[in-house]
Design a binder for this molecule. Structure first.
Ligand code: ZN
Ligand code: ZN
Length: 276
């Protein structure tokens, strides 16, 4: 690097919060290591990191864990097909134009989960479809959806505020712009690109282990595009039965990526892919 570029690079680093700087430098080290092993830098991709603010969500907040689900008559709060419990609102947010995603601006993503099933049976959101399948099966959104449900509602279809979620402590989400480093390899998995950004984020491409899912195709012919990634260790609070106390128990979701049909052929044309 020439001295001017080095100085600009150092200024950029100096502006970053310490933890961000450490993560950024670690990613560069990782990328260099991968290059030594035959990987090639592909591109930088704009993503938006999701911040779980810990601040209580109001009834008007549409980017939340818990709080008020925004739905339509056709897609109400789902109930568990095994224990018939109303599912909890694990995540919802509006798709912004500046998210740089193939989905229509103003679409609304929601992920629901049966908490009794999750807590008692340790069932989290399952791998719904194996990554070796390129073309997804007919009505794949019915596969493995006993305890969970995902919607990507098109613009104008999330106007109804449902009852406030009584199971999860509500919190507002916020977003900030970030850049992820995307690498590709020319040996195995020809043509696959991999991201090394494991953070909570919308857009971009999934963390590298599961990037093959990004090559899956919906039955309508649309490509499955990355909606969001929730990293391992992300925690949400449980509400007690009185509805106003936060239990000390937390739920660990594991690492999960959500992908949706870029043509949005059905509001349920979404898959959830769990990491181990
Ligand atoms: Zn259940
Ligand atoms: Zn489709």
């Amino acid at each position: 690097m020439n001295p001017e570029a080095q100085a600009a690079f150092d200024r950029m680093l100096a502006k970053m919060p310490e933890r961000t700087r450490e993560e950024y430098l670690e990613r560069i080290v990782q990328a260099k290591r991968m290059q030594a092993e035959g990987w090639i830098y592909d591109r930088g991709e704009t993503t938006h990191h999701i911040v779980f603010t810990g601040e209580e969500a109001t009834d008007d907040d549409r980017d939340t864990v818990g709080g008020v689900p925004y739905l339509s008559e056709d897609f109400p709060v789902p109930t568990c097909k095994v224990c018939n419990t109303k599912m909890a609102l694990s995540l919802q947010f509006d798709i912004r134009g500046w998210f740089n995603m193939p989905f229509a601006e103003g679409s609304h993503f929601l992920a629901f989960q049966c908490l009794p099933s999750t807590i008692q049976n340790m069932i989290v959101v399952p791998n719904t479809i194996y990554d070796i399948v390129t073309e997804l099966p007919y009505h794949y959104w019915r596969v493995g959806r006993e305890h969970c449900e995902f919607y990507l509602l098109p613009p104008g279809s999330s106007y109804l505020s449902s009852d406030r979620d009584s199971q999860l402590a509500s919190q507002r989400l916020s977003f900030y712009e970030a850049t992820e480093i995307v690498m590709k390899t020319n040996s195995q998995d020809r043509g696959c690109s991999y991201s090394f950004d494991y953070g909570n984020r919308v857009g971009g491409i999934p963390g590298w282990l599961y990037a093959t899912h990004a090559h899956q195709v919906c039955t309508c012919g649309g490509k499955m595009a990355h909606i969001c990634q929730i990293s391992e260790g992300t925690e949400v609070g449980l509400l007690s039965s009185s509805g106003n106390e936060i239990n000390i128990e937390w739920i660990n979701y594991g690492h999960i990526n959500f992908l949706g049909c870029e043509r949005q052929c059905d509001p349920r044309a979404v898959i959830g892919v769990m990491g181990s």
